[in-house]
Design a protein around this ligand. Structure first.
Ligand code: NAP
Length: 205
């Protein structure tokens, strides 16, 4: 029996958009993954995310966005875990569940990987998973290499260029707040959820 190759798509997903979905699909194909589990962050770091939409909304939007893809699933592991979210805790738990033989690939934005030195137990991450850093075309690879050099036993990191990552959650939140269109930036049912629940300072339904 071959070993399972599991992608874990980590992010705040506030909200999830087509850039994330394209990145996950690309990782699935490029790294021959068996499936990708989206992992919305439960309680992200306050420094980067002073205001974050409730985890239940971010989780539901991710479920809605991925529902039609049989290779995608959504995990509530981080949403359900109390206290600040640390990737090392998630990877330890997934190792325990899937066993030593499983191959784990943590997929996230290159800018987040760049700051990995500051993550809890950064030196242990490489023993738990390899990392796929999704970038826009033209990303400066040297930035990432010098950041990883600072970590003792750095994880293996592959770069994956994803042009669709020109879409950003920040831009979508700002558009909703300003009443500007978000159509074609994220799945229609997610846009409907945002409108119905009045997220991001939009008018609501
Ligand atoms: P972020 O800093 O909000 O995002 C940095 C950049 O990466 C943004 O441009 C973001 O675009 C993009 N991005 C985020 N997730 C992505 C994904 N899955 N695929 C493609 N692009 C993505 O990052 P974050 O969401 O807070 O954190 C990313 C992951 O790292 C999460 O799983 C988080 O839990 C983990 N993390 C762990 C620690 C720790 O263990 N101490 C600390 C920080 C982050 P969008 O805004 O458009 O998504």
């Amino acid at each position: 029996m071959s070993r399972i190759r599991l992608g874990i798509m980590g992010g705040t997903f506030d909200p999830v958009h087509y850039g994330h979905l394209v990145a996950a699909e690309e990782a699935l194909a490029q790294f021959r993954l068996d499936r990708v589990a989206f992992m919305p962050t439960g309680h992200p770091q306050a420094k980067r995310h002073p205001v974050v939409t409730p985890a239940s909304d971010r989780y539901l939007m991710t479920v809605i966005a991925t529902a039609s893809n049989p290779d995608f699933e959504v995990s509530s592991l981080e949403v359900d875990r109390p206290g600040p979210t640390y990737t090392v805790d998630t990877l330890r738990e997934l190792r325990r569940v899937h066993g030593e033989d499983a191959e784990l690939f943590f997929i996230t934005g290159a800018d987040a990987v760049l700051e990995m030195l500051g993550w809890k137990d950064a030196g242990e991450l490489g023993a738990l998973a390899s990392f796929i850093a999704a970038t826009r075309p033209g990303y400066d690879l040297a930035l990432l290499s010098s950041a990883l050099d600072l970590i003792e036993r750095p994880p293996h990191v592959d770069l994956m260029e994803v042009p669709a990552l020109a879409i950003s959650s920040t831009d979508i939140r700002e558009r909703v707040a300003a009443g500007r269109p978000v159509r074609y930036l994220l799945p229609e049912p997610v846009a409907a959820y945002i409108a119905k629940n009045g997220l991001y300072g939009g008018g609501g339904a």
